[in-house]
Design a protein around this ligand. Structure first.
Ligand SMILES: [Fe+2]
Length: 346
């Protein structure tokens, strides 16, 4: 691999979900840095270098006690600032050496970290996931570790033409590639929109219509509006409405729609963490429907994972090879330009 990094460091990334740090520390590599994440208490979370200043053991192999991470080797205890707070048999006030703390915040159902310069970490820059704090929305999701450059996953999500081929049995249909995408860059974000009118609903959307107690075997208008904001967020407005009722603007009584949530965090140059899910604002009390959607999304995104890892292996074996850029690739192309602009500022 080259030494050129392709991810901005002065940015908030999702590090983990809260349940991953319940009662224990979690080790996770983010943007090439080994972190230990743990819960301090009072809803506060902490991220430190995963490196005990005593003998260099990974702190993530230890435990959490009263909001301190306890090294699993000789019991050194560190606080959220990376300072030695206690150690049996030692006078810790003499210890000058600590470890690097990283800004960390729990918000919208995720733990976020800032791997770059701490003084720049403004919590106001964390994306506002409005559905996460609204009773009018239901959410189900999961996480994958994918052996590919995180930008390949952004490309994937910004060009849903691939659904026709990769997801033929669930959300794919030939009408997707027949509808030209419209790509617009505004400031530091890019949006790719596609609408398809008077088409049959594919199986996933037939299930969703039934889940909203609507007829599923009638023609629909379908939309996909993919919005990338750096460093790794792709939010996709998706849905179908009974044909001729206004599509995206159709009344709630004749549509099934939601937001595909994609939060992507680089692990290394050629691997990433993928926090995915779907937020929906219909039939929100139906937990079985939430689970049904989550399970089919898991199946669908596993198809992406297999393609992306195979693509990465092929690209790594052919490093100098240049690729084509078609009209359908413009969302990913603009996304990479935005990332490069951020990297140039760093
Ligand atoms: Fe996909």
């Amino acid at each position: 691999m080259s030494n050129v990094k392709h991810y901005p460091k002065h940015a908030w990334y999702v590090a983990c979900t809260p349940h991953e740090i319940e009662g224990k520390p979690l080790g996770r590599v983010i943007c090439g840095e080994s972190l230990v994440l743990f819960r301090v208490g009072n809803g506060e979370v902490a991220a430190l270098e995963d490196f005990c200043p005593h003998r260099g053991a990974p702190l993530s192999l230890g435990t959490v006690e009263d909001g301190l991470v306890v090294c699993g080797y000789h019991g050194m205890k560190l606080n959220a600032d990376g300072k030695c707070a206690a150690m049996v048999g030692q006078r810790v006030e003499k210890f000058r050496r600590g470890i690097r703390p990283y800004p960390a915040i729990e918000r919208h159902g995720y733990v976020w970290v800032w791997p770059g310069e701490a003084s720049l970490a403004d919590p106001g820059l964390i994306p506002d996931l409005h559905w996460a704090r609204s009773p009018d929305w239901a959410f189900g999701g999961g996480m994958f570790n994918i052996r590919c450059d995180y930008r390949l996953l952004i490309d994937n999500l910004m060009d849903l033409t691939h659904e026709t081929y990769v997801h033929a049995s669930s959300i794919g249909q030939p009408e997707i590639e027949e509808a030209a995408p419209d790509t617009v860059r505004e400031g530091m974000s890019v949006t790719v929109s596609r609408t398809m009118e008077n088409i049959p609903a594919p199986p996933f959307w037939q299930d969703a219509l039934r889940g909203n107690n609507l007829a599923a075997d009638v023609p629909v208008d379908r939309w996909q509006i993919c919005r990338f904001t750096p460093p790794g967020s792709v939010m996709i407005d998706v849905g179908v409405a009974h044909a001729g009722q206004g599509g995206f603007d159709a009344p709630e009584s004749c549509r099934a729609s939601g937001i595909v949530v994609d939060l992507i965090t680089p692990e290394t140059d050629d691997s990433c963490w993928y926090f995915w899910g779907m937020a929906r604002n219909f039939n929100v009390g139906d937990k079985a429907l939430t689970e049904q959607i989550r399970a089919s999304q898991h199946r669908i995104f596993t198809e992406d994972l297999e393609m992306l890892e195979s693509q990465q292996r092929n690209l790594s074996a052919n490093p100098g090879r240049s690729l084509m850029q078609l009209n359908i690739d413009q969302g990913g192309v603009h996304g990479r330009k935005i990332l490069e602009e951020l990297l140039a500022r760093e």
